[in-house]
Design a protein. Sequence first.
Lengths: 346, 430
Amino acid sequence: MASVAAALKGTRTALSGALGTWLFLAGTILVLAVLLLPKVISNPAFFIQILIYGVANGAIFALIALGYTMVYGIIELINFAHGDIFTLGAFIAIPLIGVFGFTDSTPFSVGVVLVLLLVTAAVMVIDGGINMAIERLAYRPLRSAPRLAILITAVGMSFVLEGAMYVWRGANNVHFPDLLPGTRISFLGASLGVKDLIVIGSAVILVVSLNVFITNSKLGKAMRATAQDREAAQLMGININRTIAATFFIGAALAAAGGIIFGLYFNNIRFDEGFTAGLFAFTAAVFGGIGNIQGAALGGLFIGLVQAFSNAYYQAALTDVWIFAILILVLVFRPAGLLGMQVPEK
Amino acid sequence: MRLSKLLAGLALASVVLAACGTTGGGGTANKGTIKIGVDLPESGAETSNGIPTLNGVKFAVDQVKSVDGFTLQYFNLDDAVNGVHDPQKGTQNVQQFIDDKAVLGMIGPFNSNVARAEIKVTNQAHLVQISPANTNQCLTKDIYIPQSLSGVPDVDCKAAGYPFPKDLRPTGTNNYFRVATTDDFQGPAMSDYAYNKLNLKKVGVASDAEAYGKGIADTFSIRFKKDGGTIVKRQDFPNASHVSDFRSFLRSALAAGAEGIYFGGTDSNNACVVRNQMKGIFPDSAPFMGGDGIVTGQCIKDAADKVVGMNGTVATVAAEKVSGSQATIDAFKKAYPNSNDYGAYTMPAYDATKILIAAIDRAIKANNNNMPSRQQVLDAMSKTDFTGVLGHTSFDDKGDTTNKVITVYAVKDASKGWEVDTTVDLSHGL
């Protein structure tokens, strides 16, 4: 038993350090190359097509994963309700878009863009506010309670949100107006939709702005300090409660934007969409290194690609198996994830 | 004053007594009342299923009015709880029918899972039950998907997650009948339609990986190959209700030469999201096919601007396609003018009621024109040989109709939604 335990402990550090990172990256790329290269050569245009889908889906996962990773980084909570905050964003947007009288048949115009930006901003604030309220009511009182208590509370909040959305919009898919242009352009033999570009572009803009915000702003600095050592940060005069509330707000705002992007992209959303989307996003966050912003974005992208390639080249029935097998391998051999964990020091 | 009132009362009483004393004359119903129990989901989201079906029963009873001197009545109960059909409510309803001595048979239920709960109860009371709409094969057959249809070994009901028919019938004899045929014919019927009518030679097939969805996708595939076509791509999506992106599958099917897509599954498992995502990948003319899981209003909503070109099978006869039935449909629509009054199961319910009444009539005659027992009605029911708006109906020893017809619905005009396109008669085998 002791030797097994030692061996297992060995695996957990097997791929640590700079060399480990390179080995891990090289291994991942090698496996992808072996599996995909023959397919790329036989039909490059098809490969690019699937790549586009994978990147677009990955961009949406990344936006959700950011919220998981930020919250985990700062209070070590897996906020299970986060996936539902994502769905809620899309649900709130539908009636707001309806106010402007936009439907599927509304032609794409500057007006549509302006309204969408306005609605997105409003929904980001509303959804962020809801997440802040959840933190204040359900998580803050339990912050010093055992980890398990707050975790169960998060699972409970997830059910509360899903239940509320079920009562609100029912069990079926809800149609999200198809407002983006359906124009498609030829790209290296594949067909690239303007929709794909908008989805990928807006996700990149959001991730980059978040990164700039975290590294350069005063609040970002406070968030990093709180994540590193809450007590020391407090001693330095940082308002911990406000910083944590801001983290929940920003995470939810990104998820809300993700929800609207999802809605505009797929035009259908259901009350429990966030359950699986959240699970994949959480996997992405762990894969990238929990607490690590760039890691979460990369992890989201990676999961999106695995999903698209599995559905196109292999068995769709095994797609989830692939994704979670990857999660297990990462947890066993490189618990710190792709770019390394950034969690409070003990 | 007083006297005249008394006299008037006596006169009235004598009239009533005289009326009671008359026997048989001119079809006057006075031997008592026979009730037909009707169990359907009538409220909430189920209104559009249950009410048009109930109307079919009402219309038939109102037409016939009485049988051999007995007044006919329907006794309808709603099996929906909070707007959703509920097996437990269904069993409570049939218990009420059983407790009422005048109920000699019942029409319903609408949903197969409700039937599964009810048959156990009605079977012990020897109460005839005839459903206008149930299509799950395990209510009557042991095999869910036979090897002859799927190409893979028999999937029996237990493996598909359903009890065997004998487990539903504690007395060992059958009391359950239906005028709809079974779901296992849906895949083959659509295959013939796709190959012969839609002229498809290569099809991509996917399913939601559930017993129903995978079953019809498998049976479609094996039949399509027998017809001479090719299945160029096959995928099964477990947790399909949580899959948001089917485009990788659609692209790979297109790359393999697919001219259309068959999806075995239900709208709640995103079947019609698949249809919507064909936009921008497949040409507009490429058809989308499926079973009764897509012949729904929700499917129309999910498919959004891609509704035209969808085709779905339903395991029941469309009276519209039976010659000579139009007069009855017109008469019904005159009596029930609202467009929501008529549905796909109105005429099946009408025929089911007529079949039950005919059995009651035979049972009365066999019982020297007296009120028959439920067992006598059941005996008469098994000998059904009836021609009505669905065509010719008789029952095999399991209670299945010999009139095995699958109706193909299609969306040709977005504003009209699902319309009957054609029927495929499988009564003489596949």
